[in-house]
Design a protein around this ligand. Structure first.
Ligand code: G1P
Ligand code: ZN
Length: 543
């Protein structure tokens, strides 16, 4: 085994986005591409020598190859130890848990989350810090800067190591510990939730479908729901992770989880349906005959979290990303809880969770989580919902109706225009930016603008500032539209339009969301000229 220093050159475009570096798999497979980025991570953390890292990924194409490279580079860099999931598998929340539980210095997660996988699809890698959460901008900026200047990387020359069975071995002076990817996560869940009560729920005949979308949550969901909680065999479907997610798009929303949606809206629907994404941090919640928007789910969980043992002492505060609906704010207001509004991306919650300012947080993009880890957690959200259903004895539809009656309903939808030509998308955003000063007081498609700005966030814990986080237009009737360009897409630009309207009248709370939002949709079009500027007749995805 020889430690080699390989000469390389900076590779353009290795700038981490909303959640690490994501590119087409073939880009990652190009000579030096992965190696350069990993070396840049080592540089950004002042070297990997003497450190302990966690390593795992969602099993997508290239996951196994990338893991071997990272292990060899960690060994070459003098790392003390790498804790790696068996077969290089770990869901994102399980990786976050392992980093925290083992007191590791950080971890590398190989995933492109909800993006499709395969040789022609996407791959990604991100660095998480010692609190288990995604690296903050201070570190990702350093990583990017290092990618622009590096001239060499260090790697061990050796055969592939066998990480297919739990146990420890030595790799050129570095310990490699292969762990069961599920065990520690299962233990954590059993501490937060009343497994006896949940077993009782399933024993009483409660039925559920969990669509793992051929992704990493399959083994976790099977272990927790079927094996530990006694849900019927077959509760978990598409439960075996595959490198291309069965050719599907592992994004748990009504468009990509259509089979589950159809089942839940059909005559023989189970009581409860859920799905998760490629790396297991997102969730979709569906009741019999009713879809729960992620924003509503977050608000319902905030209002009811005390029903689970892990949260019986109440919440310290709550947080949501700016585009997420303000349903959460209404719960926070009613319960006297602090409520924080952060930019898009889980990394912004880390400081609030660490400082004990927030217990629960979430994003409209199907991400919900708590201070149990520093990532969002799909299966955790499902278990919290199950806890609420078990304790209340109500159906999902009844819980939502009661919630809206008490707090009002924030009708909500996100419209995505994918793979838009980048210049057209930038121009659209710039045109909106240019209009901002003149908007207040103007009437747009019948709605009067109360406030319009480009969102910036001052972190109350470390004082850092994040600018350019989306354009928001607030109307005087409580409606809102937000425009943002995605930071995770890999082709052209993805324009996200977030639409929201508040309805306090219970008699008007059961409308179809798109219908209820029609005036806001019209205002968004009038403000941004989406059709004309992008050439699209409608969104590709509506959540
Ligand atoms: C998207 C979501 C965002 C989430 C991120 C990572 O980012 O909108 O809420 O944190 O994926 O899962 P975007 O593509 O919008 O930058
Ligand atoms: Zn994800």
């Amino acid at each position: 085994m020889e430690r080699k220093t390989i000469t390389t050159q900076p590779i353009e475009g290795q700038k981490p986005g909303t959640s690490g570096l994501r590119k087409k798999t073939k880009v990652f497979m190009k000579p030096h591409y992965l190696e350069n980025f990993v070396q840049a991570v080592w540089q950004a953390i002042d070297g990997v020598a003497g450190k302990t890292l966690v390593l795992g990924g969602d099993g997508r194409y290239f996951n196994d190859r990338a893991a071997q490279v990272i292990l060899r580079m960690a060994a070459a860099g003098g790392a003390r130890k790498v804790i790696v999931g068996q077969d290089a598998l770990l869901s994102t929340p399980a990786a976050s848990n392992l980093i925290r539980k083992r007191g590791a210095d950080g971890g590398l997660i190989m995933s492109a989350s909800h993006n499709p996988g395969g040789i022609h699809e996407d791959f990604g890698i991100k660095y998480n810090i010692a609190n288990g959460g995604p690296a903050p901008a201070e570190i990702t900026d350093k990583i990017y800067a290092a990618t622009e200047t590096l001239t060499s990387y260090d790697i061990l020359e050796t055969q592939d190591v066998d990480i297919s069975t739990p146990g420890s071995f030595d790799l050129a002076g570095m310990e490699v510990e292969v762990v069961d990817p599920v065990a520690d996560y299962l233990e954590l869940m059993s501490q937060l939730f009343d497994f006896n009560a949940l077993r009782g729920l399933f024993q009483s005949g409660f039925t559920m479908r969990f669509d793992a979308m051929h992704a990493i949550t399959g083994p976790y969901a099977t272990a927790v729901l079927e094996n530990a909680l006694g849900a019927a065999a077959g509760t978990v479907v598409n439960g075996t992770p595959s490198p291309d997610f069965g050719g599907g798009h592992p994004d748990p929303n009504p468009t990509w989880a259509k089979t589950l949606m159809d089942e839940m809206m059909g005559p023989d629907a189970p009581d409860f349906g859920a799905a998760s994404d490629g790396d297991g941090d997102r969730n979709m919640i569906v009741g019999r005959g009713i879809y729960v928007t992620p924003s509503d789910s977050l608000a319902v969980l905030a209002a009811n979290a005390h029903l689970a043992p892990g949260y019986s002492g109440g919440l310290k505060g709550v947080a949501r990303s700016m585009p997420t609906s303000r349903a959460l704010d209404r719960v926070a207001e009613a319960r006297g809880l602090a409520c924080y509004e952060t930019p898009t991306g889980w990394k912004f919650f880390g400081n609030l969770l660490d400082a004990g300012r927030a217990t629960l947080c979430g994003e409209e993009s199907a991400g919900t989580g708590s201070d149990h880890v520093r990532e969002k957690d799909g299966l955790w959200a499902v278990l919290l919902w199950l806890s609420v259903l078990a304790a209340s004895g109500k159906s999902v539809a009844d819980i939502l109706a009661a919630h809206w009656a008490e707090f009002g309903r924030n009708y909500y939808s996100r419209h995505d225009y994918e793979a838009v030509e980048s210049t057209a998308a930038e121009r659209l955003m710039q045109a909106l930016r240019d209009q901002l000063p003149d908007l207040p007081g103007q009437t747009v498609a019948g709605l009067t603008v109360a406030l319009a700005d480009e969102f910036a966030y001052d972190d109350p814990v470390d004082g850092s500032r994040a600018e350019g986080q989306g354009i928001r237009v607030m109307f005087d009737d409580g409606a809102r539209v937000v425009f943002r360009l995605s930071g995770t897409g890999t082709v052209g630009a993805t324009l996200r339009v977030y639409l929201e309207r508040l309805e306090n009248d219970p008699a008007l709370q059961q409308l179809d969301a798109q219908e209820a939002l029609a005036p806001v949709i019209a205002a968004a079009e009038a403000l941004a000229g989406i059709g004309e500027r992008t050439g699209r007749v409608g969104p590709d995805v509506m959540t």
